[in-house]
Design a binder for this molecule. Structure first.
Ligand SMILES: [Zn+2]
Length: 117
């Protein structure tokens, strides 16, 4: 189980590396959705500046899915989440949800007395 903090900034700064890893088995001239090639997108992502924005990434890829961070518990997009993952699955928690879970421990009341939704 891997536990790591992901922020919108870290998603932007790692997008080129993640893209290249995800599409490593594709030829560079493979066309995605009839628009850009895998290689064109890789080149553009690798040329992003350190101050690139979510919009900059979206304009290259065509959507925001590579940078957005949605909490698996409350479905909000807070800009930072803790990611718990293994080979089979990935679960993201925002700070608000982590605080609520911490509160469950602090009350020392076990289920069914404590059930936060
Ligand atoms: Zn949450």
């Amino acid at each position: 189980m891997i536990t790591s903090l992901h922020t919108t900034r870290s998603m932007i700064t790692t997008v080129a590396k993640r893209w290249d890893s995800q599409y490593a088995s594709y030829p560079a001239n493979h066309v995605l959705r009839g628009r850009k090639t895998v290689g064109e997108i890789s080149t553009a992502l690798n040329e992003l500046s350190e101050s690139a924005t979510v919009e900059d990434v979206a304009s290259i890829i065509g959507n925001t899915s590579w940078t957005h961070l949605k909490c698996s518990r409350c479905n909000e997009e807070p800009g930072a989440v803790v990611v718990l993952s293994n080979d089979a699955s990935e679960f993201k928690l925002c700070q608000k949800c982590v605080e609520e879970i911490r509160w469950m421990f602090s009350t020392e009341k076990a289920f069914p007395d404590t059930e936060v939704e």
